[in-house]
Each structure stands twice: as C-alpha cells, then as structure tokens.
Design a protein. Structure first.
Length: 347
C-alpha cells in the first residue's frame, strides 16, 4: 500500500499570513517526499479560508521545482468549473513542468456555496453530468485534434497544448461514493478515490465493496487503483490522552464543513464560524470518542493495525489528510511519527 499526503493551506484567523501557510504546506510536502510518500494531493476550493486553494496548479508547479520524486496530484478539480480545453492544457502543462509526475482527480463538487459563485447557481447535485462529460473530453484532447458537441460544452476541433509527457494518459482519478460513480470511473479507466468522512471502518468496507462490484462488472478494463482518504493524526504512544486534542480539532473542522455545506450564512471576508456544538447534540458521530474511532487517530501501533486492515481489503493507496485545524507544529509532529513509525511497516 502506498501513502500520499492530502493538504491545503487552512486559515482559522488572521494571525497567520497566507505566505506563512504556503511555506508550511511546502514544508509538509518536502517531509512527505523524504518519508517515501508517493503523491501530494491539493484540491480546489473557492472563497473559503479554511481550505485555501483556488487552483491546485500553481501550488503544484512550485512544488514540482522543489521536489524530485513525489507525484503531484491535482485532486480534486471541480468539473463544472472547468472547460475541457483548459483542464486538459493546464494538467498537461503541470505534467511537463514536473517531467511526468502529474496526476489529476476530478469530482462533481459538493458546496452549493461555490456553485452559487462559480457556476451561476447550478445545483451542486447536478455536477455529475459535467464530470461524465469532462473526463472523456480531456482524454481525447490529450491524444490530438478533437471536436466536442456535448450537452454542456461545444467547441470546434481543438487539442491540448502542450501534450502530457505520460502516455497514453496521465493517471486520472474520480472521487466516488455511490455505485454509479464507481461504475463510471472503472469503465472509463480511471482510478477511484473515496473518503469515509465521519463514518467508521464499516464504511471503508462498503466503499471497497462498491469499487469491487464495479471492477467485476468491467472485466474488459485493466484493474484501476483505489485510494482511501482520511483525517489522520499520530500521537505519542506515551500519552494516553494524546488522541483527545486531535479529535477536538477534527470535530471543529467538521463543524466548519457543516457551516459551509449548509450555505445558510454569508461568510465575512472568507471566514465562517463552525456550526455550534449544540447543533450536534443528537449526532454521535461528532462526539470525541466517536471521532477517535472513525478518524485515523492513534499511536503508531494503533494506526499500523488499522492500515493493515485497509491493505487486506485491497486499498492501494492511503492518503494522510492533514487538514484538521491543528497548528503547523502539531501537524509536523504527527507526520513525522507516521513517517518514522508507521511507513516502515509497509515497506
């Protein structure tokens, strides 16, 4: 099983500058590369300080110049916000800049807040049709001249300039949850990325089952890879309460996610307060004990045990989701423990 780092700049108040956050992201990426991680993933989000990434491309282009081996994942870009020609060209350019290290993940999008500002109020639930049209169009543009007459986009004969170094295509990933998304990804020759969010390992099993069903339905396609993305924090084995600050931080992250996802309050200069704790009084998945069990929080030994289970299920890549509202120093310490005390068990 390979390991990757999923990271954004996250800003919870104005005490930390954007420049410092960028330097922090770079430092974590360099740590991951030195620790043998296969890929660094940076997603796309707009107008929200708690996940800062209006485009993963410039971040990854900079990181490409600072690294040698780690692969560079633009994941996920939000399909309704991208013209296929632009998506194909920017991804290919990143592949050229990095000398063939680009991977791209694509998603339908989630926050109605973003759709109201980036897609003219298109319902976020309609993003799937953009995803299904974008993927084959980008792949065709990478191959050469191609004209497109789709439901969403229409353009005369065009091509991707530049062309990607990786042929016949750089790795493409689809963020999937429901069976139809898994089926689309597999039959399209794409890898699959999933996140159980606040659900336990039974959800990992359910997602693996959906993936395996899709694989079984398409024997004509070479078996793709499956990635599980999960909030992760490794604490000192000598601190029995070391899990608690991480669980509290991840609870804050999810309460903030809830506030943005709810799309009921106008943010102030990119900040939105987390939904109040009392809102989740009847939601046990937000309780710290529950998050201790569901998020990947634990001592190195505990984390190794759970990841061995994921590996036995057929998970090909585990992505260490480091966004969690904790300080940079706490994130560094956790990542360092993971590299020193978890990764060697999978070599």
């Amino acid at each position: 099983m390979k390991f990757s780092l999923f990271v954004h700049m996250e800003r919870w108040d104005e005490e930390v500058s954007h420049r410092e956050l960028f330097e922090n992201l770079t430092e974590l990426t360099l740590m991951a590369e030195a620790g043998g991680f296969s890929t660094v993933w940076v997603g796309e989000h707009h107008s929200m300080e708690y996940t800062i990434s209006p485009s993963p491309m410039p971040i990854l282009a900079y990181v490409a110049a600072r690294t040698e081996t780690i692969r560079l994942g633009a994941g996920t870009i939000i399909a309704p916000f991208w013209n296929p020609i632009r998506a194909a060209g920017e991804c290919a350019l990143l592949d050229v800049i990095s000398n063939g290290r680009m991977e791209v993940g694509l998603a339908r999008g989630a926050y109605q807040f973003e759709f109201d500002r980036m897609a003219g109020g298109l319902p976020a639930t309609d993003g799937g049709k953009h995803l299904r049209e974008l993927v084959p169009a980008v792949r065709a543009l990478w191959q050469g001249d191609y004209a497109h007459d789709g439901e969403i986009w229409q353009f005369p004969t065009s091509t991707s300039v530049p062309k990607p170094i990786q042929q016949p295509t750089p790795p493409m990933w689809i963020a999937a949850r429901d069976p139809d998304s898994h089926d689309f990804a597999v039959r399209s020759g794409c890898n699959v990325m999933v996140t159980p969010l606040m659900k336990g390992d039974e959800e990992v099993q359910a997602l693996v089952d959906k993936f395996e069903t899709a694989v079984g339905n398409h024997p004509e396609v070479e078996r793709p890879r499956l990635m599980v993305l999960r909030h992760t924090h490794v604490h000192d084995e000598n601190d029995p309460e070391g899990w608690r600050p991480a669980a509290a931080a991840i609870a804050r992250f999810y309460r903030t996610f809830d506030a943005w996802f709810g799309n009921k309050t106008t943010p102030v200069d990119g900040f939105l307060e987390p939904s109040p704790e009392e809102k989740f009084a009847e939601r046990p998945e937000f309780e710290l004990d529950s998050l201790h069990r569901t998020a990947m929080i634990g001592t190195p030994e505990e984390v190794v045990e759970r990841l061995k289970h994921y590996e036995s299920l057929g998970v090909d890549e585990y992505s260490f989701w480091i966004d969690n509202s904790m300080s940079h120093a706490e994130k560094k310490a956790s990542l360092a423990r993971f590299i020193a005390d978890v990764v060697p068990s999978f070599r």
